[in-house]
Design a protein around this ligand. Structure first.
Ligand code: XUL
Length: 520
């Protein structure tokens, strides 16, 4: 009998699904579907899936929209495939976003009527109509107070895996508890986007998985339990509202009666606790062992990788999350990613082909020329005043600027990834700019390791599905993910050994320039 696994991803702009055939001779994705929130559900009045207030730093989204979209996606899937063949479901959600629910929600979920859509029945269950999401940066005051209550940022980072961060859920909850104490008191459960959606599937609110819980500044990353000082700082009775965090590898239950009756799922279909999109993407890119690192070249560039044990001292530049393997992942986010490449391209008046040709016409090492590419404020390292520092490049030399921006970004990533404990021996590249072979060659040369791209996209939904495959087959991670995460062999970029010294020297120069700029 055919056995299917479903991977879902509730992201910022859309909800998507990947349906995977797990039979040993098949092992392939048989169906994909996606619904864009703003386009398909315009009545929530979001733009790109989010609501912005007068205060530009506040970014929320309506959780009811995610519920309606889930129902609509399942309706679509039901017409395309036989959902009774789905044996397990894994899922992913945009990290950090939080959902505030009333005491009555579990009773409501227990007696849902399968003839009516989910959102219609859940409309009164929210104690807060909108959910702050990862793009919200309005909690600097709360971050400062949270860090102080936990013995400072170094101690908070050591305990929870990250310094206090505005978008992380702890500070977001703290702000809500301070600004609307009555609504906070009326909140019986606080979920993340991930755990909220999997709670809907099993028909009861369950605890947050360790992975997404490490995106809150609230979980003691070693104990896998709420950190006393952090939860105390962020709200009264908070650990009760959160419930205990759960192991991402353990099924939390089966599809609820409602899900069975409404969409045709089997009563035996098991549900894994959903996790954050970054932990799920780690698996979707096949990074389930140490020394495997990914670089995502998007609006921001991120470097992330799997580690089996925590470094002696936690890097304050990185976020350390619990990985779906129940080991760890490191993630570093560089804000000046495509933003910086785009700025140089425009400054030179080039299209992307000309930008690429310019890179190819210049020599690795750029005759010693580089830049600190801080076109905007930067996260790694923390730069609050934008400013590009050009070193040894004639600003009329367009080709040198093009190579310079990409080489400098790679040097910054190599420097700070190594500080955090990631020294890749191979890299999987993803994101828009990973289509560009010239950029990938620079990555391979700067890091001095091979760079691959994968055949798949939608890594978060796929990774969520692969988590479910690992859990249902109960086999090792590499065996579970390898058939679905093959690299495109013909696109591999090998490092050119003859440039190792050039880039080692440049790394020293880059480090010195960065330190000088930061201490100026
Ligand atoms: C990670 C982060 C984003 C969101 C995007 O810390 O904020 O990558 O997870 O969905």
């Amino acid at each position: 009998m055919t056995q299917l696994v479903l991977g879902l991803d509730s992201s910022t702009q859309s909800i998507s699904a990947v349906v995977i055939d797990i039979d040993i001779d098949e092992e392939k994705i048989i169906h994909e579907a996606a619904l864009n929130f703003s386009q398909e559900f315009p009545h929530y009045q979001t733009e790109d899936g989010v609501l912005r207030g007068d205060d530009a730093t506040e970014v929320h989204a309506p959780p009811l929209m995610w519920v309606e979209a889930l129902d609509a996606l399942f309706m679509q899937l039901k017409d395309a495939i036989d959902l009774s063949q789905v044996v397990a479901i894994g899922g992913s959600g945009q990290q950090h976003g939080s959902v505030y629910l009333k005491e009555s929600v579990n009773a409501c979920l227990a007696k849902l009527d399968s003839s009516s859509p989910l959102h219609v029945q859940l409309v009164d269950q929210f104690s807060r109509a909108t959910s702050p999401i990862w793009m919200d940066a309005s909690t600097s005051a709360q971050c400062e107070a949270l860090a102080a209550d936990c013995g400072g940022n170094a101690a908070l980072c050591e305990a929870t895996g990250s310094v206090a961060v505005e978008r992380f859920t702890g500070a977001q909850i703290k702000k809500f508890a301070e600004q609307d104490p009555q609504a906070y008191q009326d909140t019986a459960h606080i979920s993340l986007v991930s755990s909220f959606i999997s709670s809907l599937l099993v028909g009861a609110i369950h605890g947050i998985d360790y992975g997404d819980a490490t995106g809150m500044n609230l979980l003691d990353i070693r104990q896998r339990a709420w950190h006393d000082d952090a939860v105390k700082s962020c709200g009264a009775q908070l650990s009760k509202k959160l419930q205990a965090a759960v192991d991402p590898r353990d099924f939390i239950g089966n599809m609820s009666k409602y899900m069975q009756e409404r969409f045709g799922f089997s009563a035996d279909c098991q549900v894994l606790p959903f996790s954050g999109d970054n932990p799920c993407s780690l698996v979707g890119l096949g990074l389930v062992e140490d020394d495997m690192t990914a670089i995502s070249l998007g609006t921001s560039d991120t470097v992330f990788g799997h580690i089996s044990s925590l470094p002696e001292t936690m890097s304050q530049w990185a976020h350390t999350f619990v990985a779906p393997t129940n080991n760890y992942m490191l993630l570093l986010c560089f804000k000046n990613g495509s933003l910086a490449r785009e700025a140089i391209r425009q400054q030179c008046g080039f299209n992307w082909d000309e930008f690429t040709a310019a890179i190819e016409a210049t020599d690795p090492g750029n005759n010693g020329g580089f830049m600190l590419p801080w076109f905007d404020t930067e996260i790694v390292p923390k730069v609050l005043t934008p400013g590009v520092h050009i070193k040894e490049i004639d600003e009329q030399n367009k080709a040198a600027l093009c190579r310079g921006v990409v080489e400098s970004q790679m040097l910054a990533m190599r420097l700070h990834a190594a500080e955090a404990g990631l020294e890749p021996t191979s890299i999987r590249a993803t994101g828009g700019a990973s289509q560009n072979a010239a950029i990938l060659q620079i990555m391979a040369d700067v890091f001095q390791c091979p760079v691959d791209v994968l055949e798949i996209s939608n890594g978060a939904a796929l990774g969520a599905g692969l988590r479910a495959i690992q859990a249902i087959k109960n086999c090792d991670w590499q065996t579970s993910v390898a058939p679905y995460t093959q690299v495109q062999a013909s696109l591999r970029k090998e490092p050119r050994k003859q440039f190792a010294t050039v880039y080692n020297n440049m790394l020293v120069a880059y480090t010195e320039a960065e330190q000088a700029a930061l201490s100026a």
